[in-house]
Design a protein around this ligand. Structure first.
Ligand SMILES: Nc1ncnc2c1ncn2[C@@H]1O[C@H](COP(=O)(O)OP(=O)(O)OP(=O)(O)O)[C@@H](O)[C@H]1O
Length: 260
């Protein structure tokens, strides 16, 4: 462990290898509270591998990934035990999946889905759990009278909003999001991005969001990291990356959203 720091993540030359090939490599950045980092790139560019690496689902085979743990120190992910990683998932980290069914229990009520992480954190009083779950569902614009219905009966946008509530209810400091809006109608997508943006600002969350869509990065992120063939080819403030892309590949991505 090293000296206390405000950084939530500190990544240096990090990589993950599948057999003898790297899925991503040479990634470096710092992430601070309240900051949203978008990871963009085409299919196969290494976005999911990077997300897996940052969230300890995949091994760090090269370089270093350090994350803030409860005492505020930055700790090397690779040195954490399975138990410590499970604790991070319970108290510090959230993960919003592209497919809500991967992040929710589809046949448990919406209220139950949001209450469960509180129980995992030691909440025992049914009335308090239910009240907090209702508060969070309201915050993500799910009407209170639908709290006892299951996500299986909800629309795609509503499911994603329940998934967000389930991931934020216990007060994490870092949330990973894997294409949380893709597959939704454009208007639903815009509303969801607005909601994520305001929650992130209110809660001072740090977010790493993977998207193949620069338009999503533009709406939600402060900084953008562009990946190609497992490497970071451009990294900077999102406004700068969009207004003055340096790499030819980023210029191509930017021109495609301007056309779209
Ligand atoms: N389980 C795996 N075993 C071997 N190679 C893999 C595995 N998963 C990914 N890869 C390889 O790693 C590279 C990066 O893949 P990755 O899934 O991270 O890309 P991506 O940008 O997330 O793509 P997509 O947008 O399609 O999800 C690709 O060359 C891919 O073939």
């Amino acid at each position: 462990m090293c000296a206390a720091s405000g950084k939530v993540l500190s990544v240096r030359e990090a990589g993950h290898r599948y057999g003898d090939r790297f899925g991503c490599r040479g990634v470096s950045f710092d992430l601070w509270p309240g900051e949203v980092l978008a990871v963009v790139g085409e299919s196969g560019s290494g976005k999911s591998t990077l997300l897996g690496l940052l969230s300890a689902r995949l091994s760090t085979d090269e370089g270093s990934v350090r994350c803030q743990t409860s005492g505020g120190e930055l700790t090397e992910l690779a040195t954490l035990s399975e138990r410590e990683v499970r604790r991070l998932w319970r108290t510090d980290w959230g993960f919003v999946h592209q497919n809500a069914a991967d992040g929710l229990r589809m046949h448990v009520s919406a209220g139950g889905n949001v209450g469960e992480p509180l129980m995992a954190n030691g909440w025992r009083h049914y009335g308090q759990i239910r009240a907090r779950a209702a508060e969070w569902l309201e915050r993500v614009e799910i009407p209170a009278h639908r709290m006892d219905e299951t996500p299986a009966t909800f629309s795609g946008g509503m499911r994603q909003r329940v998934q967000i509530a389930r991931n934020l209810v216990f007060g994490p400091r870092l949330v990973f999001m894997d294409e949380p809006t893709s597959g939704l109608d454009v208007s639903v997508q815009a509303r969801l991005l607005d909601l994520i943006r305001s929650l992130v600002a209110d809660l001072g969350l740090a977010v790493v969001i993977v998207t193949h869509d620069l338009a999503v990065a533009r709406l939600i992120s402060h900084r953008t990291l562009v990946m190609k063939d497992g490497q970071v080819i451009e990294h900077g403030l999102t406004d700068r990356v969009l207004e003055d892309p340096q790499a030819a590949y980023t210029q191509l991505l930017v021109s495609s959203i301007l056309k779209g």
